[in-house]
Design a protein around this ligand. Structure first.
Ligand SMILES: Nc1ncnc2c1ncn2[C@@H]1O[C@H](COP(=O)(O)OP(=O)(O)OP(=O)(O)O)[C@@H](O)[C@H]1O
Ligand SMILES: [Mg+2]
Length: 262
């Protein structure tokens, strides 16, 4: 279970600039707002995709949701309980690599299921997810022996093997080649349909969002606010090249500053 309610969320960071130029509006020590009064509600089991320009506060919002950072004001409720600290019920796939460099692919994935008692079942599960992300034969490699895309896939395997109540992914497909990206989209959508757990994903790829999401959010402006909050009820697999989805695609591109999609 994971219904999510974001209420009047505001986040400000201290201004770290120390040198003032003439006419500089900033004062050292002043707080700079990143998120301004964000209100969102996601139903239990929704697949949510969050879009927005770089630096607008997407990762910040996810970190507060996961309990790694705190709100300046407002709050986030998961199943009616305010988030105050990280919990093992949610798995976070970070924007930067989160693999432990001194552990092999197998050991990194194993971290997700280390509590499992039955060794045989555990090994089968680890292998299943390593195979799913197509890293078979790389089980004994260390992260530095993998390409960027392979590291990303190992991380996805580690997150998915946990089968958490909520999966929070910050640009999980960055660095994947086109075909792997398509496969991972499919895997995540299938997994979501099969398990029905909540997934929140930040992506820069509008097509990822339109193909995958039950609910899309576009953030923008400085400080960031919600510019679009829409549920998508289209059947899958989806054709984003025609009809309502194509119109929505143009609308989102335009919202993000691209007026002519080639
Ligand atoms: N710990 C911090 N201290 C000070 N400022 C921060 C901190 N973390 C983030 N910021 C600022 O908050 C703003 C939003 O950052 P955030 O990482 O949430 O953006 P983002 O939308 O995820 O961008 P991207 O798409 O590039 O990942 C940025 O201006 C960033 O400099
Ligand atoms: Mg980010």
């Amino acid at each position: 279970m994971a219904s999510i309610k974001i209420e009047n969320l505001v986040k400000a960071y201290p201004n770290r600039r120390h040198h003032r130029r003439k006419g500089d509006p900033y004062v050292p020590g002043q707080m700079i707002k990143v998120l301004d009064d964000v209100n969102l509600e996601f139903a239990d089991g929704e697949m949510v995709c969050i879009l927005g320009p770089s630096g607008c506060g997407k990762s910040t919002m996810l970190k507060i949701l996961a309990g790694f950072d705190t709100a300046t004001s407002g709050r986030i409720l998961v199943d009616g309980r305010e988030v105050t600290e990280p919990t093992s019920d949610y798995i976070f796939v970070f924007q930067q690599s989160g693999l432990l460099p001194w552990m092999t692919v197998w050991q990194n994935v194993e971290l997700g299921v280390r509590h499992m008692q039955d060794e045989e079942e555990k090994a089968a599960q680890i292998q299943e997810y390593i195979d799913m992300v197509e890293l078979s034969n790389f089980e004994q490699h260390f992260p530095h022996q993998l390409s960027g895309g392979m590291q990303r896939r190992a991380e996805l395997a580690r997150a998915l093997v946990v089968n958490p109540d909520m999966l929070i992914m910050d640009e999980p497909f960055t660095g994947l080649d086109f075909l792997t990206r398509m496969k991972m989209r499919e895997e995540v959508v299938n997994m979501h349909e099969f398990i029905g757990k909540s997934i929140l994903m930040v992506t820069h790829d509008i097509d990822d969002a339109l193909v995958m999401a039950d609910h899309i959010v576009v953030m923008g402006d400085t400080p960031a606010r919600v510019k679009l909050d829409r549920k998508l009820t289209f059947d899958r697999p989806r054709d984003i090249g025609t009809g309502e989805l194509a119109e929505l695609r143009d609308e989102v591109y335009f919202m993000l500053g691209v007026s002519y999609v080639v």
